[in-house]
Design a protein. Structure first.
Length: 148
């Protein structure tokens, strides 16, 4: 066995010093980790996801809308998901970081949220405001006459 100076301390003070050193190291590690913001991707701090525009009105004459997503310090792909695909669908394109929203049910009104996700779990919401199309036969509106 080695000399007494090379052995692990067996006194209460020696054990306390060892446990205190481990606790300090753990506290320092946790403090460093807690300082990391939630919007870090690959070691780079990224900004919030920005949409342009943030909403559009879809109706009989306008059944599609296009918007662009961007994010500071991020040039990778974004994802977009419709909260209600029976009302509005979303697809990538026509350009880079652009999305096209299509009114899938022109006979229905209401707003649908499209959630766009970028780096670091950052999200933004595009709102599609749908107005229902109502088709009327032209002859039913002539001079206010209708069949009785």
């Amino acid at each position: 066995m080695g000399s007494a100076s090379q052995r692990v301390p067996t006194t209460a003070i020696g054990r306390f010093e060892m446990h205190t050193t481990k606790r300090i190291a753990l506290i320092l590690a946790l403090a460093l980790l807690s300082g990391c913001p939630g919007n870090v991707a690959n070691g780079v701090t990224v900004g919030a996801v920005t949409l342009n525009p943030t909403s559009a009105a879809l109706s009989c004459g306008t059944t599609t809308a296009t918007f662009t997503a961007s994010q500071v310090n991020f040039s990778g792909p974004f994802t977009a998901v419709s909260a209600d695909t029976t009302q509005d669908t979303v697809a990538a394109g026509p350009g880079t970081n652009q999305f096209t929203v299509t009114d899938a049910n022109v006979g229905s009104s209401g707003s649908v949220s499209i959630t766009v996700t970028g780096a670091g779990g950052q999200t933004a919401v595009f709102t599609a405001n749908n107005t229902a199309c109502v088709c009327m036969r032209h002859h039913d509106t002539w001079n206010g006459h209708s069949k009785r």
